[in-house]
Design a protein around this ligand. Structure first.
Ligand SMILES: [Zn+2]
Length: 299
């Protein structure tokens, strides 16, 4: 399959367009200065061939970036349906290095047309969104609220039997074997809804509320670093693990609740659809503008 690439310098493109379409933002600034280097906004027009990674590598993106980009999107099923020759348009910034090589920025927007339907990935703030603001990133909710992949010392099990009686003693969370003082991070953006202490149970614990009816709980902490009502970002340090409350040794007991029911945080499939609306109300307006602009440029 013959692949082709041609770039359209958007600044030229825009001069020939009616600026009135985008009256509010500084949308005409398609040539930007960054580190004293001129970055130009360009559109790469190509066709799907073999896989999205390969298509991107073929266009000059690094192998690492192409893999990273493809993996970061929840597009597994969609990508497997694509056929060689499906049109792809990519909006990206590019600059020329002193060695006259072209370097690309992160992909700003990408459109794939499959069976006459258009699919978009639009970069906004810290992730990729679909045309209507739906989340495309697969990594918006971290699997572990820790910096390193931990050892699981006790799994989620709602039918666990107690050690001495035959009574069911459900284990509503996952226990991670971590040393006292290990950093605990927020697995996703959220708000601190509870900071409490329960001497005979959870010990020092906190609860976070996230989008889409999701809640997380962290127990047996040694130190809490957030306050009730505080907003936290994904990856933000929220506590130090410990051994407080009823606990037989230092560990972190971590719970995930969906619609107020405990679920297995290690296997839970985060509901993409239910995460809509994904954008904060303040962001929605700007995203709409951005999405319209990207749709227009990638037409
Ligand atoms: Zn536990």
């Amino acid at each position: 399959m013959k692949k082709y690439l041609f770039c359209i310098v958007v600044s030229l493109f825009l001069t020939s367009c009616n600026y009135g379409l985008f009256p509010q933002q500084n949308q005409s600034a398609t040539t930007i200065l960054k580190n004293n280097k001129v970055w130009e906004e360009v559109i790469i027009e190509t066709q799907f061939y073999s896989s999205l990674q390969e298509t991107l590598i073929e266009q000059g993106f690094s192998v690492e970036y192409a893999l990273d980009f493809t993996r970061s999107l929840k597009w597994d099923k969609f990508l497997s349906r694509l056929k060689d020759g499906d049109p792809i348009r990519i909006l990206v910034y590019q600059k020329n290095t002193e060695q006259n090589r072209i370097v690309y920025s992160k992909i700003k927007a990408l459109k794939i047309t499959h069976n006459t339907k258009d699919y978009y990935a639009i970069y906004f703030k810290d992730g990729y969104y679909g045309k209507n603001g739906e989340i495309l990133n697969s990594t918006l909710f971290l699997r572990y609220p820790l910096l390193k992949k931990p050892i699981i010392t006790s799994h989620f099990n709602l039918h666990r039997k107690g050690p001495f009686s035959r009574r069911t003693r459900p284990h509503k969370g996952t226990d991670f074997g971590v040393l006292r003082g290990t950093s605990v991070i927020a697995p996703a953006d959220g708000i601190v809804t509870n900071v409490s202490y329960q001497a005979r149970g959870a010990g020092r614990y906190i609860t976070l509320k996230h989008r889409a009816n999701l809640k997380t709980v962290y127990m047996h902490l040694s130190k809490v670093l957030v306050k009730k009502g505080q907003k936290v970002k994904k990856g933000e340090l929220i506590a130090k693990s410990g051994n407080s409350g009823r606990s037989t040794g230092p560990h972190l007991h971590y719970e995930l609740h969906f619609k107020n029911n405990p679920v297995n945080a290690m296997t839970f499939k985060f509901p993409q659809e239910s995460i809509i609306p994904t954008l904060a109300p303040n962001d929605t307006k700007y995203f709409k503008y951005l999405s319209t602009r990207m749709g227009y440029l990638l037409q």
